[in-house]
Design a binder for this molecule. Structure first.
Ligand code: GRF
Length: 200
């Protein structure tokens, strides 16, 4: 259960990101004082997201996967718990988390399609290849599957004639940058029923 936070006692979140971190930037810009980002972690030392966090003086850490996935996730989870993290936000974290993390903390993810359509990598390319007229963005609770777990919010994005992977991805990302901070704010204000999380 995610508690109702206030500006005096904000919800402590950590963001996990592997790449560019444009969603991290959107969170840093758009969250209100009821939420504080206490750490940013990555599986990659060269993730631009880490530099963005350091610029804002947010603590960072790197947890490469290595051979033992479970051990990596135990170390990651210990780092999160030491910082009293109450919600983990995956913002372009390109690996599946094991039960070591998802059974101990609430985790949400932003995905560039209307799940369950087009899970996995390059969902916008999958949408173009499938010839659909509409794709979108999903924010969902994370379980140990690939882009599975109860959906919290979805927003459609039309596919336009002449769209390239880059143009479609750009329009999808504009929606991500609004929807993800919005869901985090709603979770912090207890505006999302807890039953959403257990509804598989
Ligand atoms: C986003 O499209 C997100 O939906 C997906 O990975 C991408 C990360 O983008 N899971 P960025 O690193 O936040 O720019």
């Amino acid at each position: 259960m995610i508690r109702a936070a206030t500006a005096d006692d904000p919800l402590r979140i950590a963001v996990l990101a592997s790449g560019r971190g444009s969603n991290l930037a959107a969170l840093m810009e758009r969250l209100d004082p009821t939420v504080v980002i206490v750490g940013v972690a990555s599986n990659r030392a060269d993730a631009i997201a880490l530099s963005r966090a350091r610029e804002e003086e947010i603590e960072t850490a790197v947890f490469p996967r290595g051979d033992d996935w479970g051990e990596r996730d135990r170390e990651l989870c210990a780092w999160l718990l030491e910082r009293d993290v109450e919600l983990v936000v995956l913002a372009g974290f390109m690996e599946i988390l094991t039960a070591e993390v998802v059974d101990r903390l609430p985790v949400i993810n932003v995905h560039p399609s209307l799940l369950p359509a087009f899970p996995g990598l390059h969902a916008w390319e999958q949408a173009l290849d499938a010839g659909v007229e509409e794709t979108g963005v999903t924010v969902h609770f994370v379980d140990t599957g690939l882009d599975t777990g109860p959906v919290i919010a979805q927003e459609p994005v039309p596919v336009r004639e002449g769209d390239t992977p880059a143009s479609l991805h750009e329009r999808i990302q504009a929606v991500e940058h609004r929807l993800l901070p919005d869901v985090v704010r709603r979770l912090a204000s207890n505006d999302i029923p807890d039953s959403t999380r257990s509804a598989a």
